[in-house]
Write a protein that binds this ligand. Structure first.
Ligand SMILES: NC(=O)C1=CN([C@@H]2O[C@H](COP(=O)(O)OP(=O)(O)OC[C@H]3O[C@@H](n4cnc5c(N)ncnc54)[C@H](OP(=O)(O)O)[C@@H]3O)[C@@H](O)[C@H]2O)[C@H](O)CC1
Ligand SMILES: [K+]
Length: 462
């Protein structure tokens, strides 16, 4: 059964080998992959001619299967073959197709079966130009497995100019490139064809939508979770995070930051003095520290104090620049950190995970901090100790505006105060609320506008 697992090229090769060991042949897998891809192409072609560019490997082999299946269904199919097939399965697929390749074609649907997971280097100039010209000469572009010219594991785009596809049909399992920047920008719509690959417990996952619960009938503000948000020099960020948290499920949110009354919504409780007194309240279920904290010595001391309370905590923004290993010593409570790319690098320098690719960096940091790492961005990725990474499907690009990170931190902290799931599950709940709120907010919203859409986003997840 097709699942949401994301496999590396070597995991994919091992999965293919396991199927072969169990009695399948590469040709039967190719047949399944090609037939599944042909189904999707048949739908989008809607009677139009199809041009398939076939490479030398098994991705090209898939192309010959697709050509045969679509021609048998009555479509006009043109195959362009700059290479002869090099693998036994691809050779057999070309023979079974039995047609004559053409030099070029235009109009209808273009299908890229040039290279898949076996791409070993950037396309040379001749191939790059040919691929782009063919894509431009057709009405619709489909990539089979992955677009040619990208690295499946890192999501790197190896050529300067590559087509942007309308549809990418992943074969057997998702690859990281389908969901990671910058390659994910080329994919268009994504669909997965099941070829019988088994579930791998060591594989990364594409996040699935969580299901939230409404409060119990006898709930009160403390049973739903009391969250304390600890800010500092720039109270606006703390207000934003706390305002998001009030809508994220927690029953009670208190903000400790020097916020002026005019800045604070009437339903947010602001505490001005006595951080130690506030945090001594045994009813506190979770803490958020970082948005608007500042990076002064006072901020550092405040962060150390907050972490020393050993309560379930979300660390964001400035806190991620100040965080050091000694502040985490002896902590037993869950910790969730929510770095953007710059903060991830800063943490990497402090905790010794530099020079790694993004997936390794997130996993390493999760182990080093014994925390859930929410590496936020256009390809938000979550890591937790001892667990493969989880990748969020893309969210609205309008989230790229100041303050939306504070909203995310507030939402995750709110879910932490509610505390109904594992720390990783809690972080995912916050990310989904954020993503749904952004979807509902439409275009050109501010971080403050996002707050108004959190209740409806919650409704989507109930
Ligand atoms: N994994 C599965 O279960 C199945 C996968 N299928 C499909 O197979 C491809 C992967 O096939 P593979 O043969 O490993 O790789 P490719 O088709 O991507 O291409 C490899 C050949 O291309 C040459 N190559 C690589 N990079 C370049 C380049 N930049 N320029 C020119 N030539 C290049 C490479 O030769 P070398 O020169 O590097 O030695 C290979 O000849 C997967 O993506 C699926 O589409 C099957 O359907 C079965 C199930
Ligand atoms: K391809």
């Amino acid at each position: 059964m097709a699942s949401n697992q994301i496999l590396t090229v070597s995991q994919m090769q091992a999965a293919e080998q396991a199927l072969v060991d169990a009695g399948e042949t590469v040709s039967t897998l190719m047949e399944r992959a090609g037939a599944g891809a042909a189904d999707w192409i048949w739908r989008v072609a809607a009677g139009r001619a199809v041009t398939i560019l076939c490479g030398p490997g098994n991705n090209g082999g898939d192309g010959y299967v697709i050509a045969r299946v679509l021609a048998a269904r009555g479509l006009t199919v043109r195959v362009i073959a700059p290479f002869s097939p090099k693998t036994p399965a691809a050779r057999a697929a070309r023979e079974a197709w039995g047609g004559e390749p053409v030099e070029t074609a235009k109009g209808g649907v273009f299908v890229d079966c040039l290279f898949g997971s076996g791409l070993a280097r950037a396309l040379d100039q001749v191939l790059e130009t040919r691929l782009c010209e063919l894509a431009a000469a057709h009405d619709l572009c489909v990539a089979v497995d992955v677009p040619s010219g990208i690295d499946c594991d890192s999501g790197e785009v190896l050529n300067d100019t590559l087509p942007i596809y309308d549809l990418t049909i992943a074969l057997g399992a998702w690859k990281f490139a389908h969901w990671m920047m910058p390659a994910m920008q080329l994919m268009g719509e994504r669909r997965l064809v099941d070829i019988g690959v088994a579930f791998d417990w060591d594989a990364a996952q594409l996040a699935e939508r969580p299901v939230l619960s409404p409060p119990e009938a006898d709930a009160h503000k403390y049973s739903r979770g009391l969250l304390a948000v600890v800010g500092g020099e720039m109270p606006g960020a703390g207000v934003l995070a706390a305002s998001a948290a009030m809508r994220g499920g927690a029953g009670y949110v208190k903000l400790y930051a020097g916020a002026e009354p005019g800045l604070v919504p009437p339903d947010l409780v602001v505490v001005h003095d006595g951080l130690d007194e506030l945090l001594a309240d045994e009813r506190i279920a979770a803490l958020l520290v970082g948005p608007g904290l500042g990076r002064s010595e006072e901020a550092r001391a405040r962060l150390a104090f907050v972490l020393g309370c050993d309560l379930p905590t979300v660390c964001d923004a400035d806190a991620l620049h100040l965080l050091t290993a000694d502040m985490l010593e002896g902590r037993l409570s869950p910790l969730i950190v929510t770095p953007h790319a710059g903060e991830l690098d800063a943490l990497g320098h402090t905790f010794g995970s530099v020079g790694l690719d993004r997936v390794e960096q997130v996993s390493d940091l999760a182990e080093a901090l014994e925390a859930v790492v929410v590496a936020k961005g256009p390809d938000t990725m979550l890591g937790a100790p001892g667990t493969p990474v989880v990748v969020m499907p893309p969210a609205s690009a309008w989230l790229s505006t100041a303050g939306t990170g504070d909203v995310l931190a507030g939402l995750i902290a709110s879910r932490l105060a509610v505390g109904m799931d594992s720390p990783l599950g809690i972080a995912l709940e916050g990310c989904w609320l954020h993503r749904e709120a952004a979807r509902l907010a439409g275009p050109a919203f501010s971080a403050g506008d996002l707050l108004d859409h959190i209740p409806d986003a919650y409704g989507v997840l109930l």
